[in-house]
Design a protein around this ligand. Structure first.
Ligand SMILES: *Cc1c(COP(=O)(O)O)cnc(C)c1O
Length: 509
């Protein structure tokens, strides 16, 4: 199990480009800060538009029924930790929970539009189906990649129109195809002849994208072993669709999740153009959609950063899909949007000291959120939040570190989250905070041994920061007036939600 060598490396601040001067120092008890004149949790005026107004708009428009989201000063680890600490205190929390920073989602969306202006993102729901994340992305104008009936139900229930959804599963269950057809989702992918026949039977108006195999061999999860047509199969697959009178309207691929080699996008885009040409040479109608899949990251773990991938992709699009071709370009980013905005907080409820090693039990683990250690080769970068033992130094600055093992709650010895990790001396009631825990985490967790990942609540916040706040507001302002095809549902859902007196900002999934 790898561990981080520096906590800062994984801090959101690095990626948001914040300077030290933007940090606020909070203490667990007084919540006094160097920088916050007003309380960090009160709304502040930005750009003459009250942030709460903008925020309420985005949340309302997203039909999620969340009417109040606490505002925090920045997305720095200090401010997130201060929020976590105050949330623990004021709600008397003892169970693990997530903090989802919606401002970071907005920021990531804005960065996407800047880096890849021609590529419309269809968020891959499987990566993290949190309703708050989905609704924020919906409000920003994203489309969605769904792979199953439940994902389709979730996204359409938020009022997202069928035109903004792709059923991007190359091998679908018949009942799921029927459901997709019933809600008007017609765009889907295929990579074998059998799928053409199945789709034809259950979805007569389906439009297909031919999924090509295109691997980045160094990606964390190469997907090509399971999906994607080989180049030798393309002609046959185009013919099979033509014979069945099903339209093939474009090409998709996925270079693998957690990719590190931007050249894979170049190769795949070139290959996709080859398929467009092949179809023309066979006398088939011109294709008009290119789907460049997922694999994007913010580069927290040394993977390829969006901006680096974008350079290669934009050049490749220029070369192989110039605008005069009239091809719509979409992508299916999952990890890119989900990973960084989410922080996990888990409480220590057990301790054993064996020789020089300290052993702790926390209330989330390998069968829960940290299944990502096994399934996603994740690197955890924990930090202590000693709310119980160090009330005047909650972050445990400068305290001596000890080799520590951290166990999850189940009775399986595999359920070990950290080994020989340097941590200060902690006690029951102290917490451990894990940043960047939004991608392929709770969605793949289980309820093994009665510890249910899906019951972990999410507390949303909206952080202000040097770059994010104004960018976020601009995005909020413009996005609210575009693509609001779900606003009709708004009035009904938001009145429903406001009668529900759940704790503000909490999204029970
Ligand atoms: C998993 C998946 C994605 C998302 O991949 P990321 O690497 O998280 O961006 C997109 N499209 C398809 C078809 C997938 O299976």
């Amino acid at each position: 199990m790898a561990s981080c060598n520096s906590t800062m490396m994984y801090s959101l601040d690095a990626f948001l480009g914040l300077e030290d001067a933007d940090y606020c120092e909070f203490s667990c008890s007084g919540r006094k800060t160097k920088c916050a004149k007003s309380s960090a949790f009160e709304p502040r005026e930005v750009d003459s538009m009250p942030l709460t107004t903008a925020l309420n708009k985005v949340l309302e428009s997203a039909c999620n029924g969340l009417s109040k989201v606490p505002i925090i000063t920045s997305s720095s680890q200090q401010d997130i930790d201060a929020f976590i600490e105050s949330t623990i205190q004021s709600n008397n929390l003892q169970d693990a929970f997530y903090v989802l920073d919606l401002a970071v989602v907005v920021q990531l969306f804005n960065d996407w539009v800047t880096a890849l202006p021609k590529v419309k993102p269809y968020y891959a729901v499987k990566c993290n189906p949190s309703p708050s994340l989905l609704s924020t992305l919906a409000a920003l104008g994203a489309g969605f990649d769904c792979a199953s009936q439940s994902e389709l139900e979730l996204v359409t229930s938020m009022g997202v129109s069928a035109q903004r959804i792709i059923f991007a599963n190359p091998c679908k269950m018949p009942s799921h195809i029927k459901y997709a057809t019933s809600v008007g989702v017609n765009l889907t992918t295929y990579d074998c002849e059998h799928e053409v026949r199945k789709v034809k039977v259950h979805s007569p108006n389906a439009k297909l994208l031919l999924r090509l195999r295109a691997d980045d061999r160094n990606s964390k999860w190469p997907l090509g072993v399971k999906y994607g047509a080989l180049s030798s199969e393309v002609e046959h697959l185009l013919m099979a669709a033509a014979n069945a009178q099903v339209d093939v309207v474009g090409v998709s691929f996925h270079i693998g999740s957690g990719a590190s080699d931007a050249r894979s996008y170049l190769d795949a885009i070139a290959a996709a153009r080859g398929v467009f040409e092949k179809a023309l040479s066979m006398g088939l109608p011109a294709m008009h959609i290119l789907d460049i899949g997922g694999g994007f990251t913010v580069g927290n773990n040394g993977e390829l950063k969006l901006a680096e991938a974008a350079k290669v992709i934009n050049a490749a699009l220029e070369q192989y899909f110039p605008e005069e071709l009239g091809v719509s370009i979409i992508a299916e980013p999952g990890r890119y949007f989900a990973e960084a905005p989410t922080t996990l907080a888990a409480m220590i409820y057990g301790k054993r000291v064996r020789e020089e090693v300290r052993e702790y039990w926390i209330n989330d683990g390998i069968y829960g959120t940290m299944n990502c250690l096994i399934h996603d080769y994740a690197v955890l970068c924990p930090r202590p939040l000693a709310c119980a033992s160090q009330r005047s130094n909650v972050s445990c600055a400068k305290l001596p570190l000890h080799k520590s093992t951290v166990f999850g709650p189940t009775c399986d010895s595999l359920d070990t989250v950290l080994k020989e990790h340097p941590l200060p001396d902690l006690v029951d009631g102290d917490w451990i905070v894990f940043p960047n825990m939004g991608a392929y985490t709770h969605c793949a967790g289980s309820s093994f041994n009665g510890f249910d990942t899906s019951a972990i609540p999410t507390y949303c916040v909206f952080s202000l920061n040097a770059r994010g706040s104004s960018v976020a507001l601009d995005t909020l302002k413009t996005s609210f007036h575009t693509e609001c095809d779900f606003c009709d549902k708004l009035s009904s859902t938001s009145t429903e939600a406001s009668t529900e007196e759940s704790s503000p900002g909490e999204d029970s999934e």
